[in-house]
Design a protein around this ligand. Structure first.
Ligand code: SF4
Ligand code: SF4
Length: 365
């Protein structure tokens, strides 16, 4: 693959990496095959996080023997220096390595959080960098790009990770130009809008943006191969027909894609609205695989058990229609005008079907 510089880090990256969150969903043997396919295809950037279930552990195991040839990224959501320092040690152990190339302050939520995270947690990362445990310091955010703009203006990060795709283009206005000006490595999550966009088109569009690397997840070896093949193409210029498709997808999903901005919270019923509508990896699996393939998937037992409990509780809250009907606070707060309540209700039957499938396939769970 044609490599791109990762900002001023001195590292060069293939433009398609692997976002490892989905490795937490399947048994190790399945996850390993995805990582091996990525390596075979020339992918060299692997993005994980402590919060992505056991993906650090699986990635560390699968990358054994390849450590010097790859760039590993991980993250902490720690709010204190001690917590972040502990997270770094845990990540090192779980990844079976003595250094992490790129370590992020993960998911800065608002300006108050910028104050908190650029205090003690950043100190922990600076000390770890000094000690050679991490090599570069990054930052991630899912909410408004202005939060990351504020963070980038206060500290000279090496890289950052933000959502960018055909529907969510907000970072192109100020955040990415600022990053390019200051030579930060631009890394991209949610490139296919959590499975809502067709990957070939979405990734080809993204390859034309001023980014270093996008980190789509992959549920199967075939998906990994498809993503890496797009990264390896010499020419990503979109045809007129593709441009028209991009425009249509942007219009179609404008009021159907949660941007994970958190503005709808708090919910009096305690429904994790952004987590349900915007970042639900398991639901994404169900939607993209369809029920039959979902049933055949080699699920990671501990993950499914955890998901099962959370999902039963979410379904019960969504199905309490009277509570939402007398509230509707979230919809009045959503800056993108999403019909949140009907979106949640339309997910409920599919979530029940997911539980049903897991139940029938109980030998696997
Ligand atoms: S309408 Fe329902 S989902 Fe929205 S905030 Fe109220 S209780 Fe929560
Ligand atoms: S539902 Fe709307 S307000 Fe809530 S996180 Fe998504 S985009 Fe933001």
């Amino acid at each position: 693959m044609k490599m791109r510089p990762l900002g001023a880090t001195g590292l060069n990256v293939a433009p398609i990496g692997l976002g490892a969150a989905q490795l937490g969903s399947s048994e190790y043997d399945h996850s390993k095959e995805i990582v091996f396919k990525a390596l075979d295809m020339g992918v060299n950037y692997f993005d994980t996080a402590r919060g992505y279930w056991d993906s650090e552990i699986k990635l560390g195991k699968a990358l054994k023997g390849e450590r010097e040839n790859v760039i590993v990224s991980s993250k902490t959501t720690g709010k204190t220096k001690e917590e972040a320092a502990n997270h770094i040690e845990e990540s090192l152990q779980r990844l079976q390595t003595d250094y992490i190339d790129n370590y992020h302050l993960h998911a800065l939520s608002d300006l108050d959080d910028v104050d908190v995270r650029l205090g003690g947690p950043l100190e922990a990362l600076l000390e770890a960098r000094e000690a050679g445990k991490i090599r570069h310091i990054g930052v991630t955010g899912h909410t408004f790009p202005s939060v990351l703009v504020a963070a980038l203006k206060r500290f000279k990060f090496d890289t950052f990770l933000v959502p960018l795709n055909i529907v969510e283009r907000e970072p192109l206005a100020e955040l990415i130009p600022l990053a390019l000006e200051t030579k930060l490595g631009v890394t991209i999550m949610k490139p296919v809008a959590t499975g809502l966009l067709p990957a070939p088109l979405a990734l080809r569009w993204l390859m034309n943006q001023p980014i270093a690397v996008a980190v789509p997840g992959a549920t199967t070896v075939a998906e990994m191969e498809q993503n890496a093949t797009i990264g390896a193409q010499d020419d990503h210029t979109l045809s007129e027909a593709e441009e028209a498709e991009v425009t249509q997808w942007a219009l179609d999903l404008a009021t159907d894609r949660c941007r994970i901005c958190m503005e709808c919270l708090p919910c009096p019923s305690d429904i994790e609205i952004p987590g349900t509508l915007g970042t639900d990896v398991m639901y994404n699996h169900y939607r993209s695989m369809g029920p039959a393939k979902f049933a055949e998937f080699p699920w990671e037992i501990s993950r499914v058990e955890d998901e099962w409990q959370k999902r039963e509780s979410t379904i019960a809250k969504i199905d309490d229609h009277a509570a939402c009907d007398s509230c509707m606070q979230c919809e009045s707060r959503c800056p993108y005008g999403l019909p949140i309540v009907s979106m949640l209700r339309s997910m409920s039957p599919n979530m029940k079907d997911m539980l049903d499938i897991w139940s029938k396939e109980s030998s696997k769970v």
